[in-house]
Design a protein around this ligand. Structure first.
Ligand SMILES: Nc1ncnc2c1ncn2[C@@H]1O[C@H](COP(=O)(O)OP(=O)(O)O)[C@@H](O)[C@H]1O
Ligand SMILES: CSC[C@H]1O[C@H](OP(=O)(O)O)[C@H](O)[C@@H]1O
Length: 399
């Protein structure tokens, strides 16, 4: 195993030449660092025509957007690469291909997806990808079913839980999603005019108890190998195509966390649209987002149910009444986690462009308040929302 060092652009090119497995490695001549996430270095490796042929992604030993004052395990790169390999085995159509990885250097080489676009950026412009939500639901059904106890032999599953124990990254989620927004914390960030809303959230004992229950399940329910941070910025789309990247927060956790995070990011866009687009376009795009949320759930639940009927290896778990009961539990969890994502992306450490890029201040605050209220409603009402149509009706009632 190699010893860790941070790669320069020139070293990234050499590395790709040696390890990407391309037919003409010497055609690779330059690298461009394009990382725009919170954590890592990402190089596009270019040929003589300036066309990107592969991606070299390396974990830094700290949180990139903060600096060396926030150290962070580079082992997250091994976990990310290995999760994407597992997910790629079960859903190759919608998982980025990992061409090579090295745990010592905390580096991986991925297929280049430059012929796709980041979904969040498309959603900000009001662009609609009618198949994307269904494809994301399919990715979630395949990856979560095949890594769950429905499919994995129990001894192998326990070994996998251990291989993917990801304590430092989980702690970030535990803190940033489930704790900081509900207390005064220096990592939180929100517009000063939301101060009263923030104070109300932080004083709401019933809300804190409901979020505590969600946090407890995140801490203790090893149901399946999650992506762990499946937001629209970690999803590439093109017409009829969708690919998931960036699984470094993954671990064995509650299935509803992935579903809720994905839904939450679609709903953050729903809340932000009136501040991002003109009235008519915003209204149309909002309808598409509601359709996306519905499709996402139906594709996931339908896919999981079909896989459970066809491929479950545990004959007890395969009992159709139990599968239905399990999916009901996932639904309730997902609505709760959708609520916590809406809240943490509005008043916590890591925000989203769907709200923060709204330039009109009062409109931005209105959209942010909407996200907070929708988040609270979902956390409280989760167990009383029967299905995807009832969810859409509730969201409409909420504003
Ligand atoms: N496989 C890929 N193909 C093309 N561009 C990529 C690929 N992976 C990452 N990128 C680019 O790098 C950016 C950051 O990647 P990401 O994996 O989200 O980093 P981080 O882990 O720091 O959040 C993406 O938004 C995208 O623009
Ligand atoms: C200190 S990490 C903050 C935040 O960043 C991650 O998102 P991204 O995919 O944009 O890097 C994750 O959501 C973390 O909660």
């Amino acid at each position: 195993m190699s010893v860790y060092r941070t790669l320069t652009a020139a070293e990234a090119v050499d590395y790709a030449r040696q390890h990407a497995g391309l037919a003409q490695p010497d055609a690779l001549v330059a690298a461009e660092e394009v990382g725009d996430g919170n954590l890592n270095l990402v190089f596009k490796i270019l040929d003589g025509q300036g066309i990107s042929r592969a991606i070299v992604k390396q974990a830094l030993p700290y949180v990139r957007c903060v600096g060396e004052s926030w150290p962070l395990t580079p082992d997250r790169a091994r976990i990310e690469a290995e999760i994407l390999l597992v997910h790629g085995e079960f859903c190759p159509r919608h998982t980025v291909k990992i061409l090579h990885h090295d745990a010592g250097l905390a580096v991986m080489i991925q297929e280049d997806l430059s012929d796709h676009l980041i979904w969040r950026r498309e959603l900000l412009k009001g662009a609609f990808y009618p198949q994307a939500a269904r494809q994301l639901g399919e990715y979630l059904a395949q990856t979560l079913f095949h890594t769950s106890d429905f499919y994995q032999p129990p001894q192998r599953k326990k070994a996998e839980v251990s291989r993917f124990t990801n304590p430092e990254m989980c702690q970030i989620t535990e803190d940033l999603v489930f704790t900081d927004p509900y207390i005064e914390h220096e990592r939180n960030a929100s517009d000063p005019s939301l101060a009263a809303d923030v104070a109300a959230i932080q004083a709401d004992r019933a809300l804190k108890a409901a979020v505590a229950a969600l946090k407890h399940r995140f801490l203790s329910q090893a149901q399946a190998l999650l992506h762990g941070d499946i937001h629209s910025g970690s999803i590439f789309v093109a017409q009829g195509r969708l690919k998931v990247i960036d699984a470094e927060f993954g671990y064995y956790g509650p299935v509803g966390f992935d579903i809720g995070t994905a839904m939450g990011n679609l709903l953050l866009n729903y809340c932000g649209l009136p501040g991002l687009l003109a009235l008519r376009e915003a209204a149309a795009a909002r309808e598409q987002r509601l359709q996306d949320v519905r499709e996402l759930w139906l594709a996931f639940a339908g896919g999981f149910q079909a896989l459970a009927a066809e491929k479950s290896r545990d004959i007890m778990l395969a009992e159709p009444d139990y599968v239905r009961r399990f999916l009901r539990e996932v639904w309730i969890d997902a609505l709760g986690y959708c609520g916590t994502e809406l809240i943490r992306r509005t008043i916590g450490f890591a925000h989203v462009a769907d709200l923060d890029s709204i330039t009109d201040e009062s409109m931005r605050h209105e959209c942010q308040r909407h996200a907070l209220n929708l988040g609270k409603m979902l956390i409280f009402a989760a167990a009383h929302i029967s299905d995807a149509d009832a969810l859409v009706a509730r969201i409409r009632q909420n504003g």
